[in-house]
Design a protein around this ligand. Sequence first.
Ligand SMILES: [Zn+2]
Length: 657
Amino acid sequence: MKNILIVLVLIVLFAFNGIAQQYKNECATGKQKYYERLLKVSKINYPGDSNIDVTYYKLNIKINHVVKQINGVVTVKAKSLSDGLTGFFLDLRNVFTVDSVKSGNAMLSFTHPGDRINITLSQPVNTGEEFAVDVYYRGRPGSSGFGSFEFGSHNGTPAIWSLSEPYGASDWWPCKDTPADKADSSDVWITADELFYSVSNGSLEAIVENGDGTRTFKWKNHHPIAHYLISVAMTNYEVYKNYFVYAPGDTMEVIHYMYPEDLATNKTNLDKTPEMLSIFSNLFGLYPYIDEKYGHAQFGWGGGMEHQTVSSMGSFGSGIVSHELAHQWFGDKITCKDWHHIWLNEGFATYCESLYKEMKYGYSSYKSSIASEMSYAKNAFGTIYVQNINSVSEIFDGSRSYAKGAVVLHMLRGVLGDSTFFDVLYSYINDPQLAYGVATTEDFQRVAEEVSGKDLEYFFKEWIYGEDFPVYNIDWGYSKIDNDSYRFRITIEQSNHKNPVFFTMPVQVKVTTTAGDTLLTFFNNQKSQTFYADVTGEPQSIKFDPENWILKTVQSITTSVKTGGDVPDKFALEQNYPNPFNPTTIIKYSIPYGTEVKVNLIVYDLLGKTVARLVNEKQSPGNYSVTFDASKLSSGLYFYRLTAGDFSQTRKMLLLK
Ligand SMILES: [Zn+2]
């Protein structure tokens, strides 16, 4: 889904930062409150009945646009997930009247308190056994979230559409209201006044003229589908087609259901769809619903929504067209298991907008697209993992789930390199455990680690479950080794954050020397860290992260050219200062160039008992300084011992209180 309105409004807000600031000051919760003014507040999240596994939905609904009512029968097939299951529940808003629930010809007893239909089965079912019920219901649908069921119009003609994500499916039909449980297939039959051309998922099996001024459109989808991707869109559509040729002689229809008055002006954009299908099919594997269709159904909401095989669209720029199309892989083929992991839908689809630009217009177009996502992503607050999924505005936070989610994929590309990164995307979307199913961040991480052979725990922990982005302070220098060879030094300091305290990332540094450019990569995994590398030619300037792989702020870059003395050439443990001392003293030591070693610095007493462990970690070359606080110890002679690799040295110090 993509909400053009929010993006535009926020851009305006950030452009007039003073106004935004003033607005924030007026609001207790700033941006949060602002979003909630824009959106209708949804009902709370609703996990659905965990005792059943839905296998099939059929919506057979009559829609009367004059009285704005639905009169329908929904068939739900499901398997029991427990032995002796005597009943289960479906989610349906209590604005509806449920007339009856049947299993075959048998009437089932039910209650409909609140927003649940509690149904008693005619006989208990055991694990794995399938049963089917038909729910007969009628009423005027409610509308939550982004407008889950709307009666609108265009140019004086009625238009009706659904947009169920995230919690709106049960606003208009009885279902198990969670993305975690996909049906294996679905049918949607829509009966309405003959003025309507009614569109839904999958293939159009029949249009039946009922002879009473109504028509029934029978749509069949035979792929797994999440409940919120089942849709209707209806008006006096004009049907315009393209064809996606995916193999010699093999074509799929690309069908655009357009408001007649808007078709001509949007043809140029619509005609780009087959090429986008080709681009994404090349990257991620063939379009997932190639045996059905892809299409666009114009609707009255300003954004777009990736309903399976037929995105509902309020506008047709190539950004939003590529976004909703990419969702057919990332969102529809693999659906986030719950809304905590919405970035697996929205971050990926947003990233694909940049990928489309790259494949169509070249890498520099990709880079400028990512740079603009980055500037938006810097406004994200909180973790990409959505903490509060009761809030629609939290789930669909544009700077976080969308922009920062996309930037995370860009950063992963930087960490893995192009070929491994694209292997990861392809392997994820075609993973046998995940394809046509659901996924969490951990599933994506597993695939990324399996394909790359790298431990990426640090990456997902800090970028998906952490907040903010690194702020770097860089200092660099060099010393001459001999002739034209120089020892380059860079010290990377990160400002403090809460979670994580600092960011572990491989960082690239381009060093320009009198002999040319050298690109160096360092694995920065400490808050303050110094690296050395030998280069040819005298260093003149550096560029930190020249390819802009990392979402970051570089606060300062300073140069200390005369650094010959600060590259230690041997291990050393200096005498503490002051000595004697009370109660603190400073101990300095050096780790020489070319080694990263496990360093231990301990203090022990005359009896050999360890009284303090000052350092116990791997350290890079450099000069170190540790403060020892002996305020809890009694006066006397103490020893401190440095062990680093094969090196070991002990010195004495005197505490005088
Ligand atoms: Zn989206």
